[in-house]
Design a protein around this ligand. Structure first.
Ligand code: AVJ
Length: 325
């Protein structure tokens, strides 16, 4: 049971799928690439540096919540001691989740930790870290996209399920997509199952803008790295010097959007086609949606969840909500 290995079921995406997505995105009138492809080994590394960047407050806010309020969070999430599958969507290296897991192990809760991530590389790091720091923790990592992974986990005989969706990962979806996501999540759960979702809250626009435009250029490198990945894995010939990262935050919509801007007219070759770029043409790379409290409550009621409690950091810049299915 406690194999502590990374399980590859089902494979998250094939090179074919990646190629098709990239070609489709770059053929659209407004070119786009999906931020879900940011996380190769190098992307994982850059993201871990972003989490340490002074401008990227999200990580520190949520760490504060999970570190200081883990007892209260555990009480709401695990109201009794029934055996539970603790599923985490987009677990990453588990630095913040560790605080919760440590508490659960210490209090001898009957949980199996089932982290799901699109990056096989980070799951190996996560598994090694947990094995090292919490050897008694029962865990099985699943290399998959969110719902494929969740489906795999839900195939198991009926244990209670708690789903963690931390870090404002939900922000990578536009609001309508996040709503569809929550509806789907609710449909995958049984009444009484619970979720803990991390939302980044609206705040002074400059603070948000800077989090995605750090002085050290980590966010820029994070975006540019996807072009390198496309070169390496799909045989394209992007010249990354011809692209610059640009990001803008619009307070009315709560959307922070990242782009790569083509600095000159040029073309990029793929094995079976070429893609034309105009000067100043954009590639839409990533959305990081920020939420008002009322929007979060609305999201719960529209998607069939009952809000139980909200946990904030001291500055109220970030919230982890517990909802019941
Ligand atoms: C991991 C999706 C939460 O949108 O804040 C960080 C990714 N992108 N800096 C975010 C990210 C640029 C991050 N999430």
């Amino acid at each position: 049971m406690n194999g502590n290995t990374v399980i590859n079921r089902p494979f998250p995406f094939s090179a074919r799928q990646f190629y098709d997505d990239v070609v489709e995105g770059l053929s659209a009138p407004l070119k786009r690439l999906s931020s879900k492809y940011f996380y190769d080994a190098r992307g994982d590394e850059i993201f871990r540096q972003i989490m340490q960047a002074p401008e990227y407050y999200l990580f520190r806010c949520e760490r504060e919540i999970l570190e200081r309020q883990r007892a209260a969070i555990t009480e709401v999430l695990f109201s009794d001691t029934a055996a539970t599958d603790l599923v985490e969507l987009g677990a990453g290296d588990g630095t913040k989740t560790f605080f919760l897991l440590e508490h659960l192990v210490y209090r001898k809760y009957a949980v199996v930790y089932r982290p799901i991530d699109i990056s096989q590389h980070i799951l190996h790091t996560l598994t090694a870290n947990m094995q090292d720091r919490l050897p008694e923790l029962r865990m099985d990592a699943v290399h998959a996209e969110y719902f494929d992974g969740l489906e795999t986990v839900m195939l198991r005989p009926s244990q209670r399920v708690v789903v963690l969706f931390l870090g404002a990962n939900i922000g990578n979806m536009a609001k309508e997509d996040a709503e569809a996501f929550c509806r789907h999540l609710r449909a995958s759960l049984r009444p009484g199952d619970k979720v803990l979702i991390g939302f980044d809250l609206v705040k002074h626009p400059r603070i948000i803008q800077r989090a995605y435009d750090d002085r050290a250029g980590l966010t820029a490198a994070f975006n540019i790295n996807l072009l390198h990945r496309i070169n390496t894995e799909l045989g394209a010939d992007f010249n990354t010097d011809l692209f610059e990262h640009y990001c803008t935050y619009v307070p009315e919509t709560g959307q922070c959007v990242s782009y790569l801007v083509s600095l000159e007219a040029h073309q990029v070759n793929f094995p079976d086609r070429t893609v034309q770029f105009d000067r100043d043409e954009l590639i839409h790379m990533e959305i990081s949606q920020k939420y008002r409290e009322s929007e979060i409550t609305d999201m719960a009621s529209k998607t069939g969840f009952l809000p139980l409690r909200s946990f904030y950091d001291e500055r109220r810049w970030f919230v982890d909500v517990v909802w019941e299915a």
